[in-house]
Design a binder for this molecule. Structure first.
Ligand code: NAD
Ligand code: GLY
Length: 362
C-alpha cells in the first residue's frame, strides 16, 4: 500500500496528508509507530457513528481506544459540546502523550481540534475527515473553531494536526446537498490557484460525481496540495492565507442575513460570482471566464444569482460589520484569471453595489 501523500511544510510541526481508499492498515501502523504508549480518543458524531461505526472499529482495530459520538450539526458546535469532549478525555485518563482522532465532518474536526488544542495546554490530534468539505478544506491548516451565541467561530486556536487521513470513499454516503457544499470550496480552490484543477473540473464532471472514482480522489488531493502550500506560506493568516477567503465576503454576508438558511457552500458560490463580476467590471477578469464559472456552478447545482429578498444595501451593511472589515476597509479577494487572485482593500463600495444589483437583476 503506497498512498498518495501531500506534506504541509511547517518546520517541526510539518505533517502528512494521506489519500487513498481503505488506508486504515497504514493508519494503524502509523499510530503504533508515533503514539506507542499514549491513549487514543476518537471523537465523531452520531450520524457518522451510525453509518461508519464498523469502519471506526476497523480503522482502530488492535489499538486500545474509546469513542465519543457527539450530537451532529452546527447547532452543537458550542462550548457545551467542547466541555463534553474535555470530560471524555479526563475520564479516559488522557495525558500529554495522548492522541485525539477527529473522525467526521468539519464540525467534529473543529470541535475535537479545539479540545485537543486546549486540553492540558495542547495534545496531539489527527483528522479523518468524512465530508467533502472537510476533506478539501477544514481538516488541513490547523484552524479550529467553536461558535458562540454572538457569532460563528468566535472561539478558536491554531493547532495543526499531526496527520490527516483522507479516504474519499466516505463521501459516498453524503446527502447531495452536503456534497454540493464541498464542491463550492473545490471550485473556489481551482479559481484561486489551480488551472489544472479547473480544467479537470470542466472535463471530468461525470467521473468526479462517481463515488470512489480516481477523478474525485485527484480533485481532493489537488485542493489539499493547494491549501498545504497556502498554509505553509502563511500559517496564521497574516496575509497570503486570506486568498482562501475568495467568495467569502459576500458569502458570509448572505449566510448571516439569511440567519444561516443559505448554506455555506451555496453562499460561497454566489460570492465567487460576485467577486468575478466585480473583477470583470474593473477590467481585470474576462467576461468569458465569468461565464465558464457560472457554467461550472450550474454543473454542480450551485447558485450564482442573488436571492431577491436581500437588497444590495443590506448585503453591503452586513459586509461592513463583518470581522474581515474591522479596520474600516473592505478586504476583497478578486480573481485575475483562472489560478490567480489579488487582494485589494481600496475598492469602491459603489462598484460592488452595482455588481450586486446586476447579479440580482440578470
Ligand atoms: P458537518 O460536520 O456538520 O457535516 C455535515 C453533515 O454530514 C452532518 O450532519 C454530519 O453528521 C454528516 N456527515 C459527516 N460525514 C458523513 C458521511 N460520510 N456520510 C453521511 N453524512 C455524513 O459539516 P461540514 O460541512 O463537514 O463542515 C462544516 C464546518 O466546518 C463548519 O462549522 C465550518 O465553520 C467548518 N470549517 C472549518 C474550516 C477550518 O479551516 N477549520 C474550514 C471550513 C469550514
Ligand atoms: N478555510 C479557510 C482557512 O483555512 O484559512
Amino acid at each position: 500500500l503506497n498512498p498518495e501523500t501531500v506534506t504541509v511544510l511547517l518546520g517541526d510541526r510539518s505533517y502528512d496528508i494521506f489519500f487513498g481508499r481503505e488506508i486504515y492498515s497504514l493508519f494503524q501502523e502509523w499510530i503504533c509507530r508515533f503514539y506507542p504508549g499514549g491513549t487514543v480518543h476518537v471523537v465523531t458524531d452520531r450520524n457518522v457513528a451510525s453509518i461508519y461505526g464498523g469502519d471506526i472499529q476497523r480503522w482502530l482495530a488492535g489499538i486500545p481506544h474509546d469513542v465519543l459520538a457527539l450530537p451532529p450539526g452546527e447547532e452543537h458546535k458550542n462550548f457545551d459540546t467542547v466541555r463534553e469532549i474535555y470530560g471524555f478525555l479526563a475520564r479516559g485518563d488522557a495525558g500529554r502523550d495522548s492522541l485525539v482522532v477527529a473522525f467526521g465532518g468539519g464540525v467534529v474536526g473543529d470541535l475535537a481540534g479545539f479540545a485537543a488544542a486546549t486540553y492540558l495546554r495542547g495534545i496531539s490530534c489527527i483528522q479523518v475527515p468524512t465530508t467533502l468539505l472537510s476533506q478539501v478544506d477544514s481538516s488541513v491548516g490547523g484552524k479550529t473553531g467553536v461558535d458562540l451565541p454572538e457569532g460563528k467561530n468566535l472561539l478558536g486556536a491554531f493547532h495543526q494536526p499531526t496527520a490527516v487521513w483522507i479516504d474519499p470513499q466516505f463521501v459516498e454516503t453524503l446527502p447531495p446537498r452536503e456534497f454540493r457544499q464541498g464542491m463550492a470550496e473545490v471550485i473556489k480552490m481551482a479559481l484561486l490557484g489551480d488551472e489544472d484543477l479547473w480544467s479537470h473540473l470542466q472535463d471530468h464532471a461525470r467521473e468526479i460525481k462517481q463515488a470512489g472514482s480516481a477523478a474525485l480522489t485527484h480533485t481532493i488531493a489537488s485542493c489539499c496540495r493547494l491549501k498545504a502550500s497556502v498554509v505553509a506560506a502563511d500559517e496564521k493568516e497574516a496575509g497570503h492565507r486570506r486568498v482562501l477567503n475568495l467568495g467569502h465576503t459576500v458569502g458570509h454576508a448572505l449566510e448571516r442575513l439569511s440567519d444561516y438558511q443559505i448554506l455555506h457552500g451555496d453562499a460561497v458560490a454566489i460570492g465567487l460570482n460576485s467577486a468575478a463580476r466585480l473583477a470583470v467590471r474593473l477590467g481585470w477578469f474576462s467576461r468569458e471566464t465569468l461565464m465558464r464559472l457560472e457554467e461550472l456552478c450550474r454543473e454542480w447545482q450551485l447558485p450564482t444569482r442573488l436571492p431577491p429578498e436581500f437588497t444590495p444595501d443590506a448585503i453591503l451593511s452586513a459586509i461592513k460589520s463583518d470581522k474581515k472589515c474591522l479596520d474600516g476597509k473592505l478586504h476583497f479577494i478578486l480573481p485575475l484569471r483562472i489560478g490567480a487572485v489579488i487582494e485589494r482593500s481600496d475598492l469602491d463600495m459603489e462598484e460592488l453595489k452595482r455588481v450586486l444589483q446586476e447579479q440580482q437583476g440578470s
